[in-house]
Design a protein around this ligand. Structure first.
Ligand code: PHE
Length: 339
């Protein structure tokens, strides 16, 4: 009987199937009602008692091998038939969900588009900065109260290492490395130690611009920014300039646009003034040019800076800027039509 079992095991090992029918025939031959294994179990009764344990184990080994081999052959055949099969071209496609750009990215790209069409290039710089590039080079004297305008996050003191409070620092780096004509915009993230509310956040995004050449005047500044406002908010948009103060520009101004919600009649968005402030600007202070070795008798320039969150609020009537940071899909997917 031992010899028979060994022979059956050898045959099973050597067996190869090329079709599901062959596998089934193999299975029936070994495991079927009238198969080899049942016959062996029937003969098992006549095995002498002292040999029962050993023979029983041999029969079990054979059974396990055959059962495993049947499964293996089945799955090997179905895998290869799957690979060879021609896909069903009539199955309806699965639609992919359409994503949306973040509104801040949409508006940043629109701002970049407007200024690159005017011939500006894009400059970037570090978010972790030193005192020189954020304040001193921009004509903030030490201990000057103007530094309080921008509550700074300091990383280290003496020498100061800090998070930039505006991307004017990037423009200092451009002026240090390039002689005029300079026409550049610096989009980027900035940090200010402010309490978070519907109208303020400690992290936000800016686009600042700088134009330096011979004979650049305040009229160039006005024309550029009026063009920007009409491109961004529509051709009927009115602008006005109010005097302001920044240490790095003289004269300085803030630009308002006519309220888009009420058309200038007065509403709660524009606090019943008919106007909305969108940016700060001015003629670059001669000290700033000289700090970067640009001859202030030969060259003049203008600069401006705006918060992307604020422009986006006005553009899309977003009432609370915390929404930009929460990543709530119900808010974000409203922008899937814009790009
Ligand atoms: N840097 C200023 C700010 O962050 C904006 C500004 C830029 C104002 C250039 C005038 C000129 O508020």
């Amino acid at each position: 009987m031992e010899k028979k079992i060994r022979q059956l095991l050898e045959d099973a090992k050597r067996f190869e199937a090329d079709s599901p029918e062959a596998v089934e025939a193999f299975r029936i031959a070994y495991l079927g009602k009238k198969g080899h294994l049942n016959a062996l179990f029937a003969d098992f009764k006549s095995v002498p008692a002292d040999k029962k344990k050993e023979t029983g184990q041999q029969i079990n080994t054979l059974k396990q091998f055959v059962t495993g081999k049947v499964e293996e052959m089945k799955s090997a055949l179905s895998a290869s038939s799957g690979a060879d099969a021609i896909p069903d071209m009539t199955v309806p496609g699965k639609s992919m969900p359409v994503g949306a750009r973040h509104p801040i990215s949409i508006v940043r790209n629109q701002i970049i588009g407007i200024f690159t069409r005017l011939g500006y290039n894009i400059s970037e710089g570090p978010e972790i900065e030193d005192d020189w590039h954020v304040f001193s080079a921009l004509n903030f004297p030490p201990e000057h109260p103007a530094r309080d305008m921008q509550d700074t996050f300091f990383i280290e003191k003496d020498p100061d290492v800090l998070l930039r409070t505006h991307t004017s620092s990037v423009q200092v780096r451009v002026m240090e490395n390039t002689q005029p004509p300079i026409r550049t915009i610096s989009p980027g993230i900035v940090f200010r130690n402010e309490a978070i509310s519907a109208r303020a956040h400690c992290i936000f995004h800016q686009v600042e611009g700088l134009y330096i050449d011979e004979n650049v005047s305040f009229a160039d500044l006005k024309q550029t920014l009026m063009y920007f406002a009409k491109e961004m908010f529509g051709g009927e948009t009115e602008t006005r300039f109010r005097p302001s103060f920044f240490p790095f520009t003289e004269p300085s101004a803030e630009m308002d646009i006519s309220c888009r919600i009420c058309g200038g009649k007065g509403c709660n968005i524009c606090k019943y003034t008919g106007w909305l402030e969108i940016l700060g600007c001015g003629m670059v202070h001669p000290n700033v040019l000289e700090h970067s070795d640009i001859d202030s008798r030969k060259y003049t320039g203008f600069a401006f800076g705006m918060g992307i969150e604020r422009i986006t609020m006005l553009r899309y009537e977003v009432k609370d800027l915390r929404l930009y940071f929460e990543n709530d899909a119900r808010f974000l997917e409203q922008f899937s039509a814009a790009f």
